[in-house]
Design a protein around this ligand. Structure first.
Ligand code: HEM
Length: 346
């Protein structure tokens, strides 16, 4: 394939991948809203909802003994609630749309395979993972929303984000290769790994705090929401305090970058965006901790944490591509030249 065709295919692919990524983050937000509003069992069966592809809008449309039917299936407290049912149904519709978007992304990646087969392989892998995630979703419902299952489902969502970002970063290789990191502070790489470790630790602790929230909802009920925090075990306090370590370590990383590469380098811009995202995670976390766990803030906290994970992964990949850029022969030279100008592609 000639270079011009290669660049057009890459530009198209990147656009599609960004859209898909934004949609996946939107799904993470919608999924978390379902959980926070207690609508997870709004549809007690899967893939149908109350036995139909389009759920009912009133209890009268269900068999008179539907509670007995679902009790026999293991869902003893099933009670039709139109808002919860349609919230969960909307979540599933968004999920299906993501399936289509990822499928399209995989199709677009086909024309990039001569440039770099990893773009194609990772896009197909992301598509298969979304299928697996759909199946996992059915298991989450089947387990009656067991906290551990919700965690696995959420980690799978992050794995999909990571795989898409990997493909996208390969498609941006030429852009990053044109940005020198020759003057980067030598401590940067070491700090980046430390910070990645901190984030993984903080996210892991966060999932445990969330599992605890689910158990407290179960034992104390929704009405006592504002006192859930008082019943949290020690690891909630570790999670809360560790966010200061995460914040300051990232501020330090941003300082190293800006001092050595300046404000205009893509790595500096990504890192500064990351600082804003951490600010949002800390602010939403503090609101949960000090203002009685408002349900609306729960999805914001998860979204901020997921964005943080994605950004750090992208920074790591981008740094490696900038560092190895001049020695690699797999990126498109003309694209690198193009991005060296003012008009940097996405
Ligand atoms: C860098 C900062 C932070 C990160 C990356 C982070 C990450 C996370 C993650 C990934 C979860 C699991 C969310 C879910 O699965 O729905 C979580 C839950 C939670 N975090 Fe944080 N967190 C941070 C800061 C804080 C702070 C400062 C507080 C409190 C003062 C806090 C309080 C909570 C609470 C209460 C939950 C449970 C939320 C729920 O059940 O929906 N977090 N956190």
């Amino acid at each position: 394939m000639n270079t011009q065709t290669d660049n057009t295919a890459l530009t198209r692919y990147r656009r599609m991948a960004w859209i898909t990524l934004a949609a996946v983050y939107f799904l993470i937000l919608v999924g978390a809203t379902v959980r926070a509003s207690g609508a997870g069992m709004g549809c007690p069966d899967w893939p149908t909802c109350f036995g139909s592809w389009v759920p009912p809008t009133s209890e009268a449309q269900l068999p008179a003994n539907y509670q007995e039917i679902y009790a026999e299936l293991g869902y003893s407290d099933t009670r039709f609630n139109v808002v919860k049912t349609w919230t969960e149904y909307a979540n599933r519709l968004v999920g299906v749309s993501i399936g289509f978007l990822i499928f399209l992304t995989a199709i677009y990646s086909w024309s990039c395979r001569t440039h770099d087969t990893r773009i194609f392989k990772a896009s197909v892998a992301a598509f298969l993972m979304v299928g697996f995630q759909g199946w996992l979703g059915s298991k989450v419902v089947g387990s009656n929303l067991q906290p551990g299952m919700i965690t696995v489902h959420m980690l799978m969502a992050l794995a999909i984000v990571g795989t898409l970002l990997y493909a996208l970063a390969q498609a941006r290789r030429g852009i990053m290769a044109s940005q020198s990191v020759e003057n980067i502070d030598p401590r940067f790489e070491k700090w980046l790994y430390v910070i990645l470790g901190f984030t993984i630790l903080q996210v892991a602790m966060g999932t445990q705090v969330r599992e605890m929230t689910d158990l407290l909802r179960e034992s104390q009920g929704e009405d006592l929401r504002s006192s859930w925090i008082d019943a949290m075990p020690w690891f909630f306090y570790v999670h809360r305090s560790f966010s200061a370590v995460v914040l300051f370590a990232n501020l330090w990383l941003a300082r190293l970058l800006v001092m050595s590469l300046g404000w205009q380098h893509t790595l500096s811009k990504l890192t500064l965006t990351m600082i804003c995202v951490i600010g949002a995670a800390v602010l939403s976390g503090a609101t949960l901790g000090h203002l009685g766990m408002p349900a609306l803030v729960q999805p914001t906290h998860l979204l901020a944490a997921s964005l943080l994970f994605g950004l750090q992964f992208l920074i790591w990949m981008s740094y490696r591509h900038s560092r190895d850029g001049n020695t690699s022969n797999s990126f498109s030279k003309s694209e690198s030249e193009l991005s060296a100008g003012h008009n940097v592609p996405v």
